[in-house]
Design a protein around this ligand. Structure first.
Ligand SMILES: NC(=O)c1ccc[n+]([C@@H]2O[C@H](COP(=O)([O-])OP(=O)(O)OC[C@H]3O[C@@H](n4cnc5c(N)ncnc54)[C@H](OP(=O)(O)O)[C@@H]3O)[C@@H](O)[C@H]2O)c1
Length: 325
């Protein structure tokens, strides 16, 4: 099997290559694609390097899978062409996620929807994935009515240009073209993406729409505020979930402890931080408690590496499921 990585010089693409350089993938051929700007150069791959190829509009002969870590505008053009040529595309952009014919998958939540005949599978936004993982056992146990999230999202969530802008600010340079539109060094910015007419940001709307699709809850109420914070990796989410029936924090912790890929901090005084999850594939949960004023609700904190479970790891897990069919 030949696996192509699109956007191999980007933060998600490089994380994807890191994962594919692990032993279990050594019998597969991995090809690295970038824009014309980087093509001809090389990118680290395990102990060696891969040549960077310019991304063609049509897949090269023999490529079976595209792990796409491309910006939206590029994915919009490339993904359908590669899919229609018979390649399995697992796409990390937000372009196709809400299309009714495209499965939007977090394997431990709705992986059973994956079929071997699929040629395009989308992975969710980097905040949606860990929240969906955390909510799934609560949904199955007591039902959920509404979800309220405040997210604290790291700089790497906006790609390598954003990290470069942040690092330049750290070195004392004034960056006039920061992708954040405001200084992020020693700051927090309560706006990610563009605003709609009602004042909701595109990042907040992604979480609302994607959660309902993944959890198969049409019309699920999801309210959120997305904030950019000056950490490198790891998106943290403070979640309040309303439930149909009561659930105790102890029961929720017990359910999460049974899940593969979830780590629960049982001691509320030692909650998992962004640094704890950086470079890890798991979803970390802590600060589990009841709200002061409500019975059928739970408050908790969930944090995971946006480049790993929020993007590359989730895509690789989808590929593993697809290959197992
Ligand atoms: N960062 C995250 O935490 C995260 C999480 C979930 C999903 N995503 C999504 O994953 C995708 C990649 O994000 P990222 O953070 O890795 O972005 P990034 O660091 O900015 O990397 C973008 C990649 O796309 C390549 N590229 C840009 N224009 C291209 C073109 N015209 N043709 C071919 N390749 C092109 C770049 O290659 P060059 O180096 O040659 O320019 C680079 O490899 C985006 O859709 C993003 O929304 C990101």
């Amino acid at each position: 099997m030949k696996i192509a990585v699109g956007g191999a010089t980007g933060l998600v693409g490089q994380t994807t290559l890191d994962l594919l350089s692990e032993d279990q993938w050594k019998e597969y051929t991995v090809l690295a694609f970038s824009s014309e700007r980087s093509a001809g150069g090389r990118v680290a791959f395990g102990d060696g390097q891969l040549e960077l190829r310019p991304l063609p509009d049509e897949p090269p002969n023999g490529v079976d899978v595209l792990l796409s870590a491309l910006p939206n505008d590029v994915a919009r053009m490339i993904v359908p062409a590669w899919r229609d040529a018979g390649v399995l595309v697992i796409d990390k952009s937000s372009v196709f996620r809400m299309e009714s014919t495209v499965p939007l998958i977090v394997p431990e939540v709705n992986g059973k929807l994956i079929q071997r005949s699929h040629r395009l599978i989308a992975t969710p936004n980097c905040t949606t994935t860990p929240v969906a993982v955390a909510l799934k056992p609560i949904l199955d146990e007591v039902g959920i009515t509404d979800v309220h999230v405040s997210s604290y999202q790291s700089v790497s969530g906006a790609g390598k240009a954003a990290v470069e802008a942040w690092e330049a600010e750290e070195r004392g340079r004034e960056v006039t073209n920061s992708p954040f539109g405001a200084r992020i060094h020693r700051n927090v910015i309560p706006l990610i993406g563009s605003l709609d007419a009602d004042g909701h940001s595109s990042e907040e709307l992604k979480l609302s729409r994607e959660l309902g699709k993944i959890l198969d809850l049409n019309g699920l109420i999801v309210e959120s505020t997305s904030v950019r914070v000056p950490t490198y990796a790891g998106h943290g989410m403070a979640v309040e979930v309303g439930t149909e029936k009561e659930i105790t924090p102890a029961r929720a912790i017990g359910l999460w402890k049974q899940m593969v890929g979830v780590i629960v901090a049982e001691d509320p005084s030692k909650p998992p931080t962004a640094l704890d999850c950086a470079g890890r594939d798991e979803v970390f949960i802590g600060r589990v408690r009841r709200p002061v004023s409500k019975r059928n609700a739970l408050l908790f904190w969930v944090v995971s590496d946006n480049l790993r479970k929020g993007a590359a790891t989730n895509a690789i897990q989808i590929l593993e499921r697809w290959m197992s069919l």
